[in-house]
Design a protein around this ligand. Structure first.
Ligand SMILES: [Zn+2]
Length: 341
């Protein structure tokens, strides 16, 4: 478990992208200390316990209030000044906070997406939890993997990456998760259900949607059909829907006036399933920062440069107006992340 030679890590000591194995890496002392050298938060201890004994319904809510909010604080990532890492920092702090709610369930889900980057991230989170790697090591190794695959989209040095592009790549599925169906608006014709390319990252600008909120956007994935009804030649609608409610959903809507819903509802045969807002990413001045929403509704601010390892308490989601959510310390909202409990 400790020595997984498939892990590739950036060698920061000479500021170049030399890959070293984890073994070699662990011996080097020039690195940020791994989690093991720091005190575990109550939440991390709980996550370790959760990981040992399966308890899918376990929630953080009760203990957050009893132990004080500080223990519930998400863990931040320290920005890499040599290889600008803000896109990775902003996204990964949110994904880590979601993952930490239930490492067992989320590790499985991260794996099941069928994407090596997300699998590597999940594996790294686990190693971080055990104190084998720092969270920065985890970030750097996933980033290195992305860079090898697409050096233009995921450069090193002081050129940043697009956080939307990063989310799309991290959540790219190996299989179809949505379907479409042509439905007539006049007669009762319904075409066959077909696989649809819809993924876990939605970009409303591309889908010509005029939805007023993120929850409406997800309700209105359907659009006008291009072909007339084969039976009555009437107009058709192309219904687009997820085969199952997604566990995680990213919505990218830079500069849009769309309202950021606190939750997104999915109707299923067995009842309603909710996804809750778990994070918002902001961009401005060539830098990304995050608001992390814990599952107790507390909001935390992270900026890899100014807050580093720490996240600052920024109130509660319920008390935050949508207007307040659109900007954060001069930066503008570009993307929101939702997850099931
Ligand atoms: Zn028809």
């Amino acid at each position: 478990m400790v020595t997984d030679s498939t892990w590739q890590i950036l060698d920061k000591s000479n500021n170049s992208a030399v890959a070293t194995t984890l073994k070699a890496k662990k011996a080097a002392s020039a690195f940020v200390p791994a989690r093991g050298s720091q005190a575990l938060t109550a939440r991390q201890k709980r996550a370790i316990e959760d990981d040992k004994v399966s308890s899918p319904s376990k929630k953080q809510k009760t203990s957050a209030s009893s132990s004080g909010s500080h223990n519930n604080a998400p863990i931040g990532l320290v920005w890499d000044a040599d290889n600008h890492s803000c896109a990775y920092d902003a996204l990964f702090v949110i994904l880590h906070d979601i993952w930490l709610d239930n490492p067992r369930i989320w590790s499985k889900w991260f794996r099941d997406v069928g994407n090596k980057h997300l699998t590597a991230l999940s594996k790294g989170f686990k190693q971080y939890l055990k104190g084998e790697l720092s969270l920065e090591d985890v970030r750097d190794s996933v980033r290195h993997q992305l860079h090898i695959e697409d050096p233009d989209a995921f450069p090193l040095g002081d050129i940043g990456a697009s956080v939307g592009r990063l989310a799309s790549e991290m959540l790219r599925t190996s299989h179809f998760i949505a379907s479409s169906q042509l439905v007539c608006t006049t007669c009762d014709y319904e075409g066959a259900e077909r696989d649809h390319r819809l993924g876990y990252v939605l970009c409303p600008a591309e889908s010509q949607s005029n939805s007023r909120s993120t929850s409406k956007l997800v309700e209105n994935l359907s659009h006008e059909g291009r072909n007339p009804c084969p039976e009555c030649m009437g107009n058709t609608t192309k219904d687009v829907f997820y085969n199952d409610p997604p566990k995680l959903l990213v919505i990218e809507y830079p500069g849009s006036s769309m309202k950021t819903s606190h939750k997104i509802k999915f109707e299923t045969d067995t009842g309603l399933v909710y996804l809750h807002l778990r994070g918002v990413i902001y961009e401005g001045g060539y830098h990304f920062t995050s608001h992390i929403v814990c599952n107790d509704g507390s909001v935390w601010y992270h900026d890899g440069i100014s807050t580093g390892h720490i996240c600052h308490a920024d109130g509660s989601l319920n008390l935050m107006t949508d207007q307040a959510m659109r900007t954060c310390r001069g930066r503008k909202l570009v993307l929101a992340i939702y997850a099931q409990d």
